[in-house]
Design a protein around this ligand. Structure first.
Ligand code: NAP
Length: 291
């Protein structure tokens, strides 16, 4: 069994990006600048944005965190997005989700200039991705592809089962695994909460990409021997023995499933760090496209 070590690979990617930034600096070129907008005080969102800002510092990017109150109106947020769209110094920006209920998320994501949409959530970029055109691939699916690529995991002709159909992970992942090329050329089954007899489907899978957010959902008896497992789930489970009062748990019963798997991502240290590395990669791409 091989651990798909997202922490290590993401550090390799950050080192590669830093080398490119150092070259830009040596040539007196402008370095990539990422902005992150956060609305409200959600603890997990603040942690994620903090990690993104620290990652920018590590590779030599400029970064800006835009904090807005929980009572921000939709118009105020759209005005801020307009400002970031117009600001020539910003190469790419993200709107940290979830947004408070008074704000229409779809409207907000559609307002981001597609050339600065480094999260790849704008319909224009999503459409390009589905049509195999060059674009910003959403960071989590992009990270999973990169992880499979760097470990040389064969996906051609394999049966890939994706659990969860969110617009940011499951849906794009199902499209990407089925596209022509590597990683891809899989036969894909996309499952969700209305899927019947999911065990019957997962037990036939060569590759399982789990993104549902139910801790320890995928058990050893649901998978076949030598399965390849990518666990996207991140759930904070209360844990009095931890100083933080919680521990991060994936969708997969790692202890038992890993005994049957040929490759598996751990949680934490698997897909999570890859997501941040690929956000940086998309930001570098955005800068290069603006040169
Ligand atoms: P989401 O919007 O929370 O949606 C969950 C999906 O799982 C839905 O499509 C839902 O089906 C499906 N689902 C729920 N219960 C199910 C069941 N019993 N059987 C089969 N499918 C079921 O998804 P998300 O935003 O992609 O998040 C999923 C998990 O990934 C969360 O733990 C999140 O924190 C984590 N995540 C991690 C990263 C990372 O960087 N590692 C990035 C993003 C998300 P319906 O569509 O029918 O409701």
């Amino acid at each position: 069994m091989t651990i798909l070590d997202g922490k290590k690979v993401s550090n390799d990617i950050k080192d590669e990006i830093k080398q490119q930034v150092d070259k830009m600096k040596a040539k007196n070129e402008k370095v990539p600048h990422l902005a992150a907008v956060i609305v409200g005080n959600d603890g997990a969102s603040l942690t994620y944005v903090g990690s993104k800002v620290r990652a920018c510092e590590r590779v030599g990017f400029e970064s800006t965190m835009v904090r807005m109150s929980n009572t921000t109106s939709e118009i105020e947020l759209l005005d801020k997005i307009d400002e970031l769209n117009q600001n020539d110094d910003i190469d790419g920006f993200i709107i940290q989700l979830p947004l408070p209920p008074q704000i229409n998320t779809q409207k907000v994501l559609m307002a981001v200039d597609p050339s600065k949409d480094v999260d790849g959530f704008h319909p224009e970029n999503f459409g390009k991705m589905a049509l195999d055109m060059s674009t910003f691939i959403p960071a989590t699916p992009f990270g999973i592809l990169e992880l499979l690529d760097r470990y040389g995991v064969e996906t051609k002709g394999k049966h890939t089962v994706v659990i969860g159909r969110s617009h940011i992970v499951g849906r794009p992942m199902s499209i990407l695994m089925g596209r022509k090329g590597f990683p891809g050329n899989s036969t894909v089954t996309l499952t969700h909460s209305h899927t019947k007899n999911i065990t019957q489907i997962t037990s036939q899978a060569d590759i399982i990409i789990s993104a549902l957010g139910v801790p320890n959902f995928l058990k050893a008896e649901m998978v076949k021997d030598d399965v390849i497992i990518v666990d996207v789930g991140i759930t904070r489970v209360p844990d009095e023995t931890s100083p933080k009062g919680y521990r991060i748990t994936g969708d997969v019963d790692f202890e038992n499933v890993s005994k049957k798997a040929s490759y598996i991502t751990p949680v934490p240290g698997g897909v999570g760090p890859m997501t941040i590395a690929m956000l940086l990669k998309n930001t570098l791409l955005a800068r290069e496209q603006r040169m």
